[in-house]
Design a protein around this ligand. Structure first.
Ligand code: ZN
Ligand code: ZN
Length: 375
């Protein structure tokens, strides 16, 4: 039985659980790519494969068995949460424990997560395991698997998206000049938790006036003023899964210029979302968004990529950027977030988290984009 102290576990110890299914998919991919074993140190990947949510652990995925090394703080939790792997408690350091086991069992080849393991850890592992162990930088196999979400993951992101959209929609009628950016960000994060989220998936952005021209502004002590654009970028995290949404509002009667800028960004975002289908290359979605803005001579103000995958991490594969060839698949969840940023004037961005369904795109952050003028 799950302890009330631990995050919910989405499995039972049966033969086919999401975690065992993911492990099987990984092993199939390992076989295709001729990867003998994977040493997993990136925690979201460990969670994805085993269900273990602790803040330290090393996972070894061999062709038939999987081992998870944890320190004594996490032994009980790992035994309760993890599925399909054997848990080892290591009092003398998990890296050393893993290396000793690999040496003792004659393992001579494994790939490791080069973008995660530090050089010091790599050396430590190498020294402990001995020269017979060949460690090769990995190709991001687990990240590749995570591009297609299973049913449980989609449900978790759907819930996170619903909370995110509701929090913004509830707050919208209360947004007015005089409120402080930091207070609004705090209020958003408080309301997410009140609605059952574990928290914010990233630092909430509330950026007003000229500050909205910074794509990744941190909320400041600035007060919202009349006739300003305000960007809200928020996302709840629920059962470990994130959502990501941006809305831009205008405080007061917008000028013709502001109206036409908003309509251009909205058209770009909606056009890009409509282009999403099973097997669309992500670079194609990016060019749809870019083309629509370029037609309005706004292309040069769109300075970042169109979107990113979202799931256990707020930014994960695939990237929706120029020239990207990864194809979306039914079950992928990505953001679509074109924006334009003009120094001294302000910025506008509209972002949704979108599920690639077999029948087309589905928006998982259903907050209105119509009510953007606050008079
Ligand atoms: Zn965002
Ligand atoms: Zn985003």
């Amino acid at each position: 039985m799950a302890s009330p102290l631990l995050p919910p576990v989405m499995h039972s110890k049966e033969s086919s659980t999401p975690f065992r299914a993911r492990q099987a998919r990984l092993r199939a991919l390992m076989e295709t790519r001729r990867v003998p074993a994977v040493l997993v140190t990136h925690l979201p990947n460990i969670r994805y494969l085993t269900g273990f949510t602790g803040s330290a652990g090393i996972l070894w995925m061999g062709p038939r068995v999987g081992n998870l090394w944890v320190d004594p703080r996490y032994t009980l939790q790992a035994r309760e949460q993890s599925d399909g792997v054997e848990v080892f408690e290591e009092k003398g350091g998990i890296l050393k424990g893993a290396a000793t086991w690999l040496k003792k069992n004659g393992v001579n080849a494994a790939s490791f997560e080069a973008s995660n393991l530090t050089y010091a850890q790599f050396q430590h592992l190498h020294n402990e395991a001995g020269d017979s162990l060949q460690l090769t930088p990995g190709e991001g196999l687990i990240e590749e698997l995570r591009i297609v979400k299973d049913r449980g993951e989609i449900e978790a992101i759907r819930k996170a998206g619903k909370v995110t959209a509701e929090v913004f929609s509830d707050l919208l009628p209360q947004i007015r000049p005089g409120l402080i950016e930091q207070d609004l960000a705090a209020e958003i994060e408080f309301r997410m938790r009140k609605k059952g989220a574990e928290g914010a998936a990233f630092e909430t952005i509330v950026a007003s006036g000229p500050r909205s021209a910074y794509p990744h502004a941190r909320p400041s002590a600035k007060a919202l003023q009349e006739c300003e654009l305000v960007i809200f970028d928020l996302g709840a995290i629920l059962n470990g899964y994130a959502a990501d949404m941006t809305r831009t509002v205008f405080l007061g009667e917008p000028t013709r210029r502001v109206r036409s800028l908003y309509s251009a960004v909205l058209k770009s975002q909606e056009g890009a979302i409509r282009s999403i289908h099973d097997s669309t290359p992500t670079g194609e979605i990016d060019s749809v968004a870019r083309r629509i803005l370029a037609k309005q001579r706004l292309g040069k103000y769109f300075t970042h990529s169109t979107g990113h995958g979202v799931g256990l991490e707020i930014h994960e594969k695939p990237r929706l950027g120029k020239g990207e060839t990864t194809c979306l698949k039914s079950g992928s969840v990505v953001t679509v977030e074109p924006g334009i940023y003009m120094e001294g004037f302000g910025g506008l961005r509209i972002e949704d988290t979108v599920l690639v369904g077999s029948e087309g795109p589905e928006i998982l952050t259903p907050a209105s984009k119509e009510h953007w003028v606050i008079s």
